[in-house]
Ligand binder design. Structure first.
Ligand code: UT7
Length: 328
């Protein structure tokens, strides 16, 4: 069983922070950021909650899909930067949308989250014959988990959200979801501390740097090395299941982390960069929201036609990687 994406939508905060703006906080400059990453600016939330950005994106996706919220059977939220430990972002969005017949939960697969969630939604649609539509909503407020004194990370990330309404179809589909938790400690942000009242002295070492690393920590070089291999590998694993080659793909919509990563991955796959949709220059890395934001723009710019074969491919913390090949 394949899927059809009936409608997409995005919301990014109004506030734009340029590379020059960041150079007021850390020792960096526009030229370094552009040449090392391809990023020129990012949107940063001033007041927008994560769920709010997701809701606005979801409303647009539903409007474009031309469906009623009551007909949605499942809402999957993707985020690493939710407003709440509980409830899930998806629960809040489900309530505000009036998707009264939907189950809802969040899925955390970091930057691979959207691809993981679309594939999960497809499995629900396949096994529940009464389920008509699914909506996947990715929303990230990464500025809340970024240390704006750390030039290694703060220049990379941005905030934003995007959503997609999905239904069943009999079109071509294949996926691959991968994970290598043995190297999870190269990219992480810690959660809350042990409650002070019950804290017990210990020399326990969890293998992750620093006990107070609540902002994103990244070993850039290790993540880079992983990414340039993980992206082609994820595509190939999904492609071999249906006997398709990279040059048969009309458009790759990859996770938008770094232009150099995309250029190397395209080279490794033997395809031209024209086949890789790029929007990271304007938004930076918005983690799980980056692929659906790029997809929404690609559709808006008519870069995807009916019948095109596209590949949504991501990698990120976990370390995770994921690919979906589908026909539009
Ligand atoms: O979705 C999550 C996925 N994450 C990623 O995809 C990130 C993957 N990694 C990367 O994209 C790259 O490793 C970075 C863009 C993060 C860094 O690029 P790099 O070419 O690996 O730079 P580097 O870390 O080797 O740093 C080179 C130099 C260093 O100075 P020294 O030690 O050579 O004197 C850094 O201190 O650049 C310095 N540097 C900066 N300079 C100006 C690091 N950050 C900055 C900065 N501005 N923002």
């Amino acid at each position: 069983m394949g899927i059809q994406i009936l409608g997409t939508g995005r919301y990014v905060p109004e506030q734009i922070v340029t590379n020059d703006d960041l150079s007021k906080y850390v020792e960096t400059n526009d030229e370094w950021i552009r040449t090392r990453t391809g990023i020129a600016q990012r949107h940063i939330s001033g007041w927008e909650p994560t769920w709010y950005m997701g809701l606005k994106a979801a409303e647009k996706a539903i409007e474009k899909a031309g469906i009623n919220a009551e007909d949605i059977g499942i809402v999957i939220g993707c985020t690493i930067s939710s407003d709440f430990h509980t409830p899930a972002m998806a629960n809040i969005i489900q309530g505000k949308l009036g998707a009264v017949n939907a189950l809802s939960f969040d899925l955390n697969a970091a930057c691979s989250g959207f691809v993981y969630a679309v594939d999960t939604a497809r499995r629900f649609l396949e096994t529940d014959e009464n389920m008509k539509y699914a909506i996947v909503v990715a929303s990230e407020n990464l500025s809340r988990v970024v240390d704006f004194n750390d030039r290694n990370t703060c220049i990379l990330f941005g905030d934003g959200a995007a959503a997609a309404v999905i239904s069943k179809s009999d079109t071509l589909y294949s996926s691959y979801l991968g994970s290598d938790g043995s190297i999870a400690n190269v990219l992480f942000a810690r959660s809350v501390n042990t409650n002070e009242k019950f804290a017990v002295e210990s020399d326990f070492n969890d293998g992750f740097e620093g006990n107070n690393m609540h902002a994103i920590y990244q070993n850039g070089k290790e993540v880079y090395k992983f990414a340039v291999k993980a992206l082609p590998h994820a595509f190939e694993k999904s492609a071999e299941k249906i006997g398709i080659s990279a040059d048969e793909i009309d458009l790759f919509v990859p996770h938008q982390a770094n232009l150099r990563i995309l250029e190397t991955a395209a080279k490794n796959l033997g395809v031209s960069m024209d086949k890789f949709f790029v929007s990271l220059d304007k938004f930076g890395n918005t983690s799980s929201a980056s692929i659906p934001i790029a997809l929404d723009i690609a559709l808006e710019e008519n870069k995807i036609k009916n019948g095109d074969k596209i590949c949504l491919v991501g990698f990120g913390a976990g370390l995770t990687s994921a690919s979906i090949i589908m026909e539009f």
